[in-house]
Design a protein around this ligand. Sequence first.
Ligand code: C5P
Length: 243
Amino acid sequence: MGFIIILVEKRKKLYEGKAKVVYETEDPNKVILLFKDSASAFDGVKRADVEGKGVINNTISSILFEILEREGVKTHYIEKISDREMLVWKAERFPVEVVVRNVATGSIVRRLGVREGTEFSPPLVEFFMKSDELHDPPVCEAHIVLLKLAPPEAVSLMKETAVKVNGILSGIFAKAGIKLVDFKLEFGKLPDGSVAVVDEITPDSMRLWDMKTGERLDKDRFRFDLGELMEGYKEVLKRLSGS
Ligand code: C5P
């Protein structure tokens, strides 16, 4: 009688968020990000399972991280290892969200009464503290230093990098007939001590409008029930791949 031994590599789950799961690997400096088939908005109040979203977001995020790396932007990205997983450097994430806006929409319209559609040139960079409890309040550079959300020297670096990323991605999307309206980046410290762009860059974290029709191709479709979420994301991927 023979035995078949199947070795299954067990990876410990380090963290599970609304849209992603982080797994450890045999290398303590690297982790795996798995993109889930779920959508959430308004601090997780609105949630849904969306089949295929994880695969599309992993693909879009991988493409965009590869472009940024080629352009000299330091990121946590190492490689795409499966349809819904990417290998990244393990980072000490700063609890800060950096938002870049080229056109006014979303929270800036609600918070400051800026007219919807106002163009920002130069782009506006805003910081928010990541806190579910406090609903991610806007913070200024002094708050970040005071609350030790990130090292002081990282604050100007985050801002400069966000503006550089905006220039690169705006150009990439423009070629695909898409206006990059706004987006959110997160930063962290990598094992080598450098500060890098971490997390994801997907239509979940950007606003993308068709340049001709103004059609929303991003998560606003889910937030405001504007229509098929995945159709928008698939269109973004199709145009990115074609341009
Ligand atoms: O909601 P608000 O207008 O501030 O969002 C600005 C940009 O940042 C949008 O592209 C949105 O998708 C993104 N964002 C995000 N995660 C958050 C808040 C905003 O990806 N927690």
